[in-house]
Design a protein around this ligand. Structure first.
Ligand code: FAD
Length: 279
């Protein structure tokens, strides 16, 4: 049986964006992902939009998985969100701390993702399948790799069913992370997050902020393509497809694609690695 894959969207800000996403989503739906997830802006800034895209996905007959972050939120806010998800028959979530954005003074009542997972379990029992975030190259604010690892283990023990990683281009970081987590007795599936290479300057900026390394060989090669976006994308598809193959051949339980609301590169990668079903 082919391994599962899932695809992540962000909730568009405009009606035009919502329409475009619907078209991209229809293209990806033909490839039969396990689920579509929808990100959640820190402090509830996308609360309505995340929920509305998740509802649309569910209405189209797909498994919808909203993200939920606790930074800047009260317990009452989270409780209300959980009730809305339950009422909409949503049963799977990605639970995160999120990042305090500039201008947000209030950190909220739950400080870390482990406290959010604990709260969701206390409030809703086993209603939700909960995934949490994992960082094979370590979270940028972690005191040390071992501290980050312990914090990861803590949030899984709080009741997570699985994890999705930050994206990376260095497969060994993932294999070592999984190995270290297993040594600590944590057995939940850890699905690698995969970022296709599209707009490289944006990707480089974002990678600096979120602590994902772009290896020198990859950066140099892409920089040598200059403004030739077709060459950058073609090389990116080759590199990311190789990464996916290596991950799956060495035990990754599936793949989670960060789509940036675009379907073309994911479709090309899935075709390369023979994961597209019934396209
Ligand atoms: P945590 O697990 O709470 O960790 C945050 C930091 O605190 C780490 O350095 C950790 O080592 C440390 N830490 C954790 N627990 C403790 C503790 N108990 N005591 C002391 N230190 C601790 N962001 C969004 O805003 N919206 C999204 O939808 C979103 N989706 C994401 C999906 C995935 C798959 C991933 C990988 C990331 C996503 N993010 C999203 C980004 C994420 O919110 C940020 O990376 C954020 O900085 C950390 O969130 P977390 O849930 O991993 O935090």
């Amino acid at each position: 049986m082919k391994p599962n894959f899932s695809i992540e969207f962000f909730p568009p800000q405009t009606l035009e964006g919502v329409k475009k996403l619907k078209v991209e989503r229809a293209r990806l739906a033909r490839l039969k992902p396990e689920f579509f997830s929808v990100t959640y802006g820190a402090g509830g800034s996308t609360r309505e939009r995340t929920f509305s895209v998740a509802r649309e996905i569910a209405a189209e007959g797909h498994l919808a998985v909203p993200h939920l972050s606790c930074v800047g939120a009260s317990r009452a806010d989270i409780r209300a969100m959980l009730a809305e998800f339950k009422a909409a028959r949503i049963q799977r979530l990605v639970a995160l701390r999120g990042d305090l954005s500039s201008g947000m003074a209030d950190r909220g009542e739950l400080r870390y993702a482990n406290e959010l997972v604990e709260f969701i379990r206390a409030e809703t029992g086993d209603w939700f399948h909960i995934d949490v975030a994992a960082y094979p190259e370590w979270h940028p604010q972690a005191k040390s790799p071992s501290d980050d690892l312990q914090n990861f283990v803590r949030k899984v023990r709080a009741g997570a069913n699985g994890a999705i990683t930050q994206y990376f281009y260095n497969a060994d970081a993932y294999f070592r992370f999984v190995e270290e987590v297993r040594k600590l007795g944590v057995e939940v599936p850890i699905v690698p997050g995969v970022m296709p290479i599209n707009n490289f300057s944006r990707l480089a900026r974002f990678s600096d902020a979120c602590g994902a390394e772009i290896p020198r060989w990859l950066r140099k090669k892409i920089e040598s393509c200059g403004d030739d976006s077709a060459s950058i994308q073609a090389y990116g598809v080759e590199v990311v497809s190789d990464l996916c193959r290596r991950l799956l051949q060495n035990g990754a339980p599936g793949l989670h694609f960060y789509s940036m609301n675009l379907s073309a590169l994911i479709a090309r990668i899935l075709e390369q690695i023979d994961l597209a079903r019934g396209a």
